[in-house]
Design a protein around this ligand. Structure first.
Ligand code: 9MR
Length: 471
């Protein structure tokens, strides 16, 4: 389906070893000095794009055409990224400033730059209530519907074969607790405007993945539930949809949701790809870096999360520049958030904190007169996040009075529940009574300390406590 041979794209299974060998060979004499970096992962990528490609994913950025003459900007773009999204140049106002008169000059510059440098392109956005040209803003009813269909058809045809994925429809749902569609001139043409746009896009470019894209849908809430229901309905009725984009614009008022990964996973379970499409996180230093790491690890944990796009390169390029939300500072230097993202892509940040064994020397005096606490030696407590038709359960495993070096948690799922995805533990099955065993990195827990694993499923999830035993 890919028409552009992308740097770092293709069959994930075929690439990593070859790249590793090349990287190490090129590193040559520098290997000794670089031991600390290289040793952490035999196949570590050294740029965002190459690190993401190790797991078959892309790492992209929004690009503004007028910045393609800025050498610092282009240097970072070409070095780090293997997907680009035109930040404004493919929007309706830019591509069809007068009705049926199309202008692709700036969008074409970005597409040409991408093709010349082995990057793929996410098209953004065919149908949206915002950034419409004035002539479209003043249309309604059948005239607007037909103008929209024509726009989708013309633009998707112009770029046929050059787009990895299109944001066919952007931001069509309202914020707040209603789960309603957002009011707009497009919405007032009838509820079916979204599926009409998707069908027109499929007809025009059958090779592009077709995405629905929105914000404030990054965790489970009324808005994301409404998008979920739409995707479920589209899949059931054969409306062509291949992916859902999660914009992921975060700040202190809108932080990374605790169920971010679970939310990506429940959409993936509907049979669509999920993509993080406009990531930026306001902040600085360690806090910002940690949040970026969480987002990247969430995507990596969801097999159908196919890639991540940040919404700009340097902080100064951001639509929210004052919030310094990106991976490079205004001078183009890598920020701690960059390192956190690269480490996460390379798998370096994955293991949850497990507490080191106590460093105090055991007492050499008289043996204890009371026997150490007996029993199972660990406990398992469950936190359930339930929604209609699905759930995520987090299990906290806590050691008793003695250190433990391996654990088993056994619990029984309610009838009809099926596990679809587990992280940080190895499950024995997906229904009924399931035994979860620690992984290599989280079996050892110091006295009184804990670690956490989780699983997602369909149906009603378990809650309460689980039986924990030491291995
Ligand atoms: O980053 C874009 C900015 O340059 C534009 O002025 C703005 C106008 O609406 O759109 C910004 O990009 C938006 C994207 O197209 C859709 N999701 C929200 C993004 C940030 O506003």
């Amino acid at each position: 389906m890919d028409k552009v041979l992308a740097r770092g794209s293709g069959n994930p299974a075929a690439r990593p070893r070859a790249r590793t060998a090349l990287t190490l060979a090129v590193a040559g004499v520098a290997v000794v000095a670089a031991t600390v970096t290289v040793a952490s992962s035999a196949s570590a990528g050294t740029t965002l794009g190459s690190a993401a490609a190790e797991s078959g994913r892309y790492f992209g950025t929004a690009v503004a055409a007028y910045k393609l003459s800025d050498s610092t900007y282009v240097g970072i773009l070409n070095r780090e990224f293997n997907m680009v999204t035109p930040e404004n140049e493919m929007k309706w106002d830019a591509t069809e400033p007068s009705q049926n008169q199309f202008n692709y000059t700036n969008a074409d510059r970005i597409v040409s730059h991408a093709q010349a440098n082995g990057m793929r392109v996410r098209g953004h956005a065919l149908a949206w209530h915002s950034q419409q040209p004035g002539w479209a803003q003043s249309l309604s009813g059948a005239a607007l519907r037909s103008a929209m269909t024509n726009h989708v058809t013309q633009v998707a045809t112009h770029y046929k074969g050059k787009i990895y994925a299109w944001d066919v429809v952007n931001e069509a749902f309202a914020d707040g607790g209603t789960g309603a569609r957002r009011d707009s001139n497009l919405q007032r043409t009838g509820d079916d405007w979204i599926e009409v746009a998707f069908r027109a896009a499929r007809t025009a470019d059958p090779g592009a993945k077709l995405c629905y894209n929105d914000y404030n849908t990054d965790g489970q809430n009324a808005k994301s539930n409404a998008v979920y229901a739409m995707v479920q309905d589209f899949k059931a009725r054969g409306v062509p949809i291949d992916c859902v984009g999660f914009q992921s614009h975060f700040n202190s008022a809108s932080p990374v949701p605790s169920d971010y990964q679970a939310n990506l996973q429940r959409f993936a379970n509907l049979g669509v790809d999920v993509q993080i499409t406009e990531l930026d996180i306001e902040g600085s230093g360690t806090t910002q870096a940690d949040n970026y790491g969480r987002v990247v690890r969430a995507c990596l944990a969801v097999s159908r999360c196919t890639g991540i796009t940040v919404w700009g390169i340097r902080d100064s390029d951001s639509w929210r520049a004052s919030g310094t939300p990106l991976l490079f500072d205004g001078s183009g230097n890598k920020k701690p958030a960059y390192t956190s993202v690269l480490n996460a892509l390379n798998g370096g940040g994955t293991p949850p904190p497990t507490t080191a064994p106590p460093t105090t020397t055991p007492a050499t005096t008289a043996p204890p007169t009371t026997p150490p606490p007996s029993g199972n030696g660990c406990t398992g407590s469950l936190t359930l996040n339930q929604w209609q038709g699905g759930f995520v359960t987090y299990v906290r495993v806590t050691a008793g009075a003695n250190p433990i070096n391996g654990w088993n948690v056994v619990l029984t799922l309610p009838g009809g529940a099926t596990i679809t995805n587990t992280w940080s533990a190895q499950p024995s099955g997906t229904t009924g009574t399931v035994n979860f065993r620690n992984l290599d990195y989280n079996g050892s827990i110091a006295p009184g300390q804990s670690t956490e694993f989780g699983f997602q499923g369909t149906g009603v999830g378990p809650s309460g406590t689980a039986t924990c035993s030491v291995r």
